[in-house]
Write a protein that binds this ligand. Structure first.
Ligand SMILES: Nc1ncnc2c1ncn2[C@@H]1O[C@H](COP(=O)(O)OP(=O)(O)O)[C@@H](O)[C@H]1O
Ligand SMILES: O=P(O)(O)OC[C@H]1O[C@](O)(COP(=O)(O)O)[C@@H](O)[C@@H]1O
Ligand SMILES: [Mg+2]
Length: 367
């Protein structure tokens, strides 16, 4: 009796990030090598399932892409089957999935894409998730791929801002991405030796920030401030770059570095310059760490598919790869908490977070 070839779809959804091609390559090659699977690439995330655009991926398609940024499949960060131009087309997406005769679908995405994946799995799709995003804000995993590359890019930018800031005796502000989570700013801020790190999790007191910058002006004559795009002053508003219609969160953040510059100019006697790094943070080649991590996640996902362990997402917990249910990660977001060990290190190094409550936390740690 002839056994049916396994047919597996693969899609990448949400904002692109370095390592997507490494993950596509790993899950596809691993399934081809170990299960003789046929791989169907879904184009542009869930939009490809809505608009019925797919292309078979062969072994050669998945070769030579390990170090490439972006995604060979394309992606989309506002298309949802549950809200496509205001209409719920999830039943049509399910019909299309069935007509493709797929045995399963590997969804490489962040919190938004994996929330869609969870809802589609409840309708009957066999889905395995792989966590990606520069934001590192996915619940249930200690890390997502793309994050390491993003923080190394931001760290490099901070090293460069330091030499120009030092030469001109200026306050240099750098704005990072990350939506409502401060992971990129926190980790790159530590790696880049920032004096001030402002993140969405803790609203900042402008007087605290001004005090930290002013004291550095008298001593070192320059200072480095890292601010996450989702940070805001106590009692203030988010800085919104644009709102986009479509599914999910319509808010696109951006521009807070300039807001902070204007606020600080009222408070301190120093020249201030603001830089917004933007999409540079998620373009280009992944770091060696992200290549290895994305490869491991892809291979683990392939083994879940081979064992028909659907409704799961591969995660990293306490240094070990394992899986959790899509339900555990859907409709949630992981942010920096008071208990975070890197936050504690930063506080202990005297980095200002513009928040007196956090300084109190440090005092209680030292008691
Ligand atoms: N909580 C949610 N529930 C359902 N769908 C969501 C949710 N959040 C976002 N989405 C959908 O997922 C898309 C991708 O989310 P986004 O956060 O941009 O990317 P990522 O998958 O990288 O997190 C959004 O545009 C939206 O259509
Ligand atoms: O590409 P857009 O629509 O401007 O979105 C920008 C957002 O995407 C990100 O780069 C990545 O976020 P996701 O991983 O959720 O897609 C955020 O850091 C940023 O706020
Ligand atoms: Mg997201």
């Amino acid at each position: 009796m002839q056994t049916k070839t396994l047919r597996i779809g693969v899609l990448t959804g949400g904002g692109d990030c370095p390592g997507l091609n490494a993950a596509i390559r790993a899950v596809s090659k691993s399934l081809m090598i170990n299960c003789c699977a046929e791989i169907i690439g879904i184009q542009d995330g869930f939009l490809g399932l809505i608009e019925r655009r797919v292309k078979p991926l062969n072994y050669e398609d998945c070769s030579g892409i390990l170090s490439q940024g972006g995604t060979i499949l394309g992606t989309h960060n506002s298309a949802s089957p549950f809200n496509y131009k205001g209409v719920d087309v999830s039943d049509k997406v399910l019909d299309y999935y069935q007509s493709l005769e797929l045995d399963g679908l590997v969804v490489i995405g962040g919190d938004g894409t994996l929330s869609i994946a969870y809802e589609m799995s409840k309708l009957g799709m066999n889905i395995v998730g792989i966590p990606k995003t520069i934001d590192n804000d996915l619940m249930g995993t200690d890390r997502t791929f793309g994050f390491d590359t993003a923080i190394s890019i931001v760290t490099d930018a901070l090293d460069r801002l330091r030499t120009t800031g030092q030469s001109h005796k200026r306050v240099m502000i750098l704005e990072t991405m990350g939506r409502y989570a401060g992971w990129i700013a926190l980790h790159a801020g530590i790696a880049g030796g920032a004096d001030v790190i402002l993140i969405p999790e803790f609203d900042y007191d402008i007087d605290e920030v001004a005090k930290a910058c002013q004291s550095r002006m008298g001593d070192q004559h320059y200072s480095i401030v890292v601010i996450a795009e989702g940070a805001k002053p106590i009692g203030g508003q988010l800085t919104i770059r644009e709102t986009k219609d479509g599914g999910g969160d319509p808010i696109r953040l951006g521009g807070v570095a300039n807001v902070l510059k204007l606020q600080l100019e009222q408070k301190i006697d120093a020249e201030i310059r603001a830089t917004t790094l933007g999409y540079i943070q998620r373009g280009g080649s992944p770091t060696a760490f992200d290549r290895v991590f994305a490869t491991s996640l892809g291979c683990y996902a392939a083994s879940l598919v081979a064992n028909k362990q659907f409704g799961k997402v591969v995660v990293l917990q306490d240094g070990q790869l394992c899986s959790t249910s899509l339900k555990e990660v859907a409709h949630k977001s992981r942010i920096v908490t008071n208990e975070d060990s890197e936050l504690a290190s930063a506080l202990s190094m005297g980095i200002c977070f513009g928040n007196p409550d956090l300084a109190t936390k440090l005092h209680s740690l030292n008691k």
